[in-house]
Ligand binder design. Structure first.
Ligand code: GDP
Length: 195
């Protein structure tokens, strides 16, 4: 599967400002999980996701499109809920609204760091995604950072922590290219399907 020809379109502060799109895949993850590296890897470019790290854009929905107009939206990294003294992990309110309102959302990729496994924050976000019945796929990043002798066990551990079967999780390494072709194929399929 060749690289997905993603082009940056816009950074939006709310759903209204996003372009029309026949189908959309959104990506969420804690900062440092490898989200930018992954977007670069699927697009075959080294600099594409740099825009998402530009000061002023880190809290926006950064939108990339493929020819035909389907879109990939890089959502802000998440942290602990700001309101009250909650220790529950929370997406920014704007991201939550976007995910709940966007009719074109065909798939949400929830990234977890494959080396360290899902954190409490990741699992809170996953609970929220499940409660709201959003279509989602878990992508475990940094496969190359897991020692090869530990991999079979690690794959089972990450799946168990997420309450999934090992085969339901897409493992990738942006650094080594592992799983990237498969993910490109999945993205092409989701982006082709009207939600
Ligand atoms: P983001 O904050 O989620 O966008 O994460 P980045 O893509 O900036 O990656 C965070 C750090 O993890 C950087 O130092 C990357 O070089 C590193 N990283 C990302 N993906 C991989 C990977 O597949 N393998 C390895 N070894 N490091 C990675």
């Amino acid at each position: 599967m060749p690289p997905l020809p993603l082009q940056f379109v816009t950074s939006a502060g709310n759903v209204r400002d996003l372009p029309d799109s026949p189908a959309e895949v959104a990506v969420v993850g804690r900062s440092n999980v490898g989200k930018s590296s992954l977007i670069n890897a699927v697009s075959g470019r080294n600099d594409l996701a740099r825009v998402s790290k530009t000061p002023g854009r880190t809290r926006l929905l950064n939108c990339f499109e493929v020819p035909g107009g389907a879109t990939v939206v890089d959502c802000p990294g998440y942290g602990y809920a700001e309101a009250s003294k909650s220790t529950r992990a929370a997406l920014a309110k704007m991201t939550e609204r976007y995910l709940l309102e966007r009719e074109q959302l065909a798939m949400l990729l929830v990234l977890v760091d494959g080396e360290i496994g899902p954190t409490r924050l990741d699992l809170d976000i996953l609970d929220w995604v499940r409660e709201n019945e959003l279509p989602h796929t878990i992508v475990a990043t940094k496969h190359d950072k897991v020692k090869s002798s530990h991999r079979p066990r690690r794959v089972k551990e990450v799946a168990a922590a997420c309450r999934l079967d090992p085969g339901d999780i897409v493992w990738v390494s942006a650094a080594k290219g592992t799983g990237i072709e498969r993910l490109r194929g999945l993205l092409a399929m989701w982006l082709a399907a009207p939600a």
